[in-house]
Design a protein around this ligand. Structure first.
Ligand code: ADP
Ligand code: MG
Length: 700
């Protein structure tokens, strides 16, 4: 049976070479199995028959039983139309055709009972249906068509070439005929019993040809569960294999660097969350397995010191450590922060980015190779082949979602034994999503902000209230505070955006004139040196206001800045707004975030702005974001395709995901290699799937 499903799609009766080509190109359907797994987007309910007096002008699809009692051609300026009067025992309506009139007129049987199907609209108090699907009641009753009609994904090209939804439905029927719907059951019998799942072949039949709403729901549940279950099996197995087979460098000693720092140089007490996370990390490092951990912590939660202390553990065990950040500004910020924290430890710490001078670069390369450089911080420049380590024991990656999975693995290859990996992200990912996207990583969360922080107050103001906002800014500046004003910069409208930024800068410079005020500006078209100099002027308090594009989104740390103004806030995504807001609230003062918008706001923009005003909780915000945008967008295109789910939805089906994970763990605990006889089919399918979906190999 399995082999049959591998048959190239053009061999299916009704397909042939031309349609085969189209199906491959447009829907990625190569084999019978791909067609079988083309699940409908939605279903049209044909279980219900409407009476004419029940119709409503809702533009929805309905089916009605009745008779055509009269038919006529109506001449119009814009051409003819064919109009039939259709009646049932409750009333009358019109059926209308603009095309194919001759054929309809000849084939339509007056006074015979038909089932019609289509969208109704009201016009002049009379309901009408344009181009209805029609079938004689007698034929309708004989046909095997299921009550719920599947609507499949399609493309414009397919429709143009005559591969309509009806065609796909027919091909699907043909597929079930040729395969006799004998699809093997991959799930073990006891799991099916316990969860009361319907068998695989029943599920597949009902996903395509639902017999009833109830069976459709069962089919969907079963297939979603199966899809998520196999992903979880894969992730968990990967994780287990890593823990057993991939030896890490055991960092078994907590040595002088760590202890000295902990006892004498900690600039503040660690929060409980930081302590907890460090403990989790030390557990990993002390075991024989390679650490692969995701560290989540909202902006300002204090990830940097955790990173440093983890690096100290590496140094204590005779290894080097590196920290990679996605941008030069951020790398620099880390470099300054870590150098400051570690200033009394007598360590050799350097930074390597695209703008490191050749002479410095040479020294860095040498010191990395001979082992005299303890900690290197940098950007992508760290990934270059020329960069070789004496013994890299730990790689920390900040803002993980900006790096591709491949880049992560590049770092790995810098040693024969892979270094421990700690991935840090300030984009909180809801746990369910993290679980399925990073199920192969262990997860630590810093879920507590350092003490003494006052929650940032966020408000929404319309552009028309700008004067009041400016007054507020002047008051804050008078108190000695500093201010960010951020403009959007979207690639597609870059020119306009720069104009807005420059206009804004001019306006602000006018409204906040020298010598009382001074305004900085930073944007992507400036040279890095200029940018840094300007950032530095602001950071050291020489300027009061920083006008910028989103270049300041990540990492920048100026504790005295207490107001963040976001211009055209409706154009920013939620996570970006949250990141930007995180630039303030870093000192002891009350901080504010003001979201400026025009009066016209889309529904989504309204939700985003309301959410920002309501909460400072990054996890809550990312849940809303997830609902608005879907998981693909959140992870960025690089990773959205990774899971490539056929039927399950990580947001809507999180309960099923939880269940699938639970069951996968239970099964693997009982039978880690899936060697029990009752798990043989499962194992076989698992191996096939792993071959196809070997995305996770990039990671480990
Ligand atoms: P992020 O997680 O965004 O990288 P940082 O590591 O930059 O956060 O920390 C944000 C600020 O909070 C820094 O100024 C840092 O010195 C401070 N900080 C971190 N941990 C604590 C703590 N336990 N107590 C007080 N301040 C802390
Ligand atoms: Mg940080």
């Amino acid at each position: 049976m399995n082999n049959l499903l591998e048959t190239p799609i053009e061999y299916l009766k009704g397909v042939g070479p031309q349609r085969g080509e189209l199906l491959r190109k447009e829907l990625n359907i190569h084999r019978y199995a791909d067609l079988l797994n083309l699940y409908p987007n939605r279903y049209i309910d044909r279980t219900r028959y409407y009476k004419i007096n029940e119709l409503q002008n809702s533009n929805s699809e309905v089916q009605i039983v009745g008779r055509v009692i009269h038919i006529k051609t109506v001449e119009q300026k814009r051409g003819k139309r064919l109009v039939a009067t259709f009646v049932d025992d409750t009333g009358e309506m019109e059926l209308v055709w603009f095309q194919g009139q001759k054929w309809i007129r000849e084939s339509l049987k007056l006074n015979s009972v038909y089932v019609i199907f289509g969208k109704v609209t009201a016009f002049n108090g009379l309901f009408n249906m344009a181009h209805p699907e029609m079938e004689l009641l007698a034929d309708h009753e004989k046909s095997l068509r299921s009550a719920m009609q599947s609507v499949y994904p399609s493309t414009e090209k397919l429709t143009q070439k005559g591969i309509t939804n009806k065609t796909v439905n027919r091909l699907m029927q043909q597929l079930f005929i040729e395969t006799q719907a004998l699809f093997k059951e991959p799930l073990p019998a006891n799991l099916i019993d316990e969860l009361k799942l319907i068998p695989k072949n029943v599920a597949l039949f009902n996903i395509h040809f639902p017999k009833s709403q109830e069976l459709l729901a069962k089919a969907q549940f079963r297939l979603k569960f199966e899809e998520l279950f196999f992903i979880q099996l894969q992730l968990i197995t990967k994780n287990l294999i890593r823990k057993h087979k991939i030896k890490g460098h055991p960092f078994d000693s907590v040595g002088a660097y760590f202890t000295t720092f902990y006892n004498h140089h900690l600039p503040f007490d660690l929060t409980n969350a930081q302590k907890k996370v460090l403990k989790e990390i030390r557990n990993d490092l002390g075991s024989n397995a390679q650490m692969n951990r995701l560290l989540q912590g909202d902006v300002g939660s204090g990830k940097t010191i955790v990173a440093l202390m983890t690096m100290l553990l590496a140094l204590d065990n005779g290894f080097q450590a590196c920290l990679m950040a996605p941008t030069e500004i951020l790398a620099n910020q880390h470099f300054l922060g870590i150098r400051e924290l570690a200033k009394d430890l007598n360590l050799n710490i350097k930074i390597l980015t695209g703008s490191t001078k050749t002479a410095d670069r040479k020294i860095i390369h040498e010191e990395l190779e001979n082992g005299s450089l303890h900690i290197i911080i940098g950007t992508h420049a760290l990934l270059e082949d020329k960069v070789k380590f004496h013994n890299l024991g730990l790689a920390i990656i900040d803002e993980q979602h900006r790096f591709g999975v491949e880049q992560r693995s590049k770092l790995w290859k810098k040693n024969t034994i892979p270094p421990h990996v700690l991935v840090m992200t300030a984009t909180p990912i809801p746990r369910t999503l993290a679980m399925s996207l990073y199920g192969d990583l262990d997860i630590s969360v810093i879920d507590e902000l350092p003490p003494g922080r006052k929650p940032i107050q966020t408000v929404h103001r319309y552009d028309s209230n700008r004067l009041k906002v400016w007054k507020f800014l002047k008051d804050e500046i008078a108190k000695g505070r500093q201010i960010y004003i951020v403009y959007p910069l979207i690639q597609e409208s870059e020119k306009m955006d720069y104009k807005d930024l420059m206009d804004g800068y001019e306006g602000i410079s006018r409204d906040f004139p020298l010598p009382q005020y001074s305004v900085s500006i930073v944007h992507g078209q400036m040279k890095p040196a200029e940018k840094d100099a300007e950032m530095e002027r602001f950071a050291s308090g020489k300027t009061n206001i920083m006008v910028a594009t989103t270049v300041i989104e990540v990492g920048v740390n100026v504790p005295n800045a207490s107001v963040m103004i976001i211009e055209s806030a409706e154009r920013f995504g939620l996570s970006q707004l949250h990141q930007l807001r995180g630039r303030v609230g870093r000192g002891a003062e009350q901080s504010y975030c003001i979201l400026m918008t025009g009066h016209k706001l889309s529904n989504d923009s309204k939700i985003r702005i309301e959410t920002m005003c309501r909460t400072n909780d990054g996890f809550e915000i990312s849940e809303v974001d997830l609902k608005l945008r879907g998981p693909g967008d959140i992870m960025g295109t690089q990773q959205s395709g990774v899971l490539n789910l056929q039927i399950a939805d990580l947001v809507k089906d999180r309960d099923i995901l939880q269940l699938a994970r639970h069951e996968a763990i239970r099964l693997l605990k009982d039978d880690p290699s899936m060697n029990k006889p009752e798990h043989q089919v499962l194992k076989q399918v698992f191996i096939e799937l792993s071959k196809k979906r070997n995305i996770w190999n990039h990671i480990s």
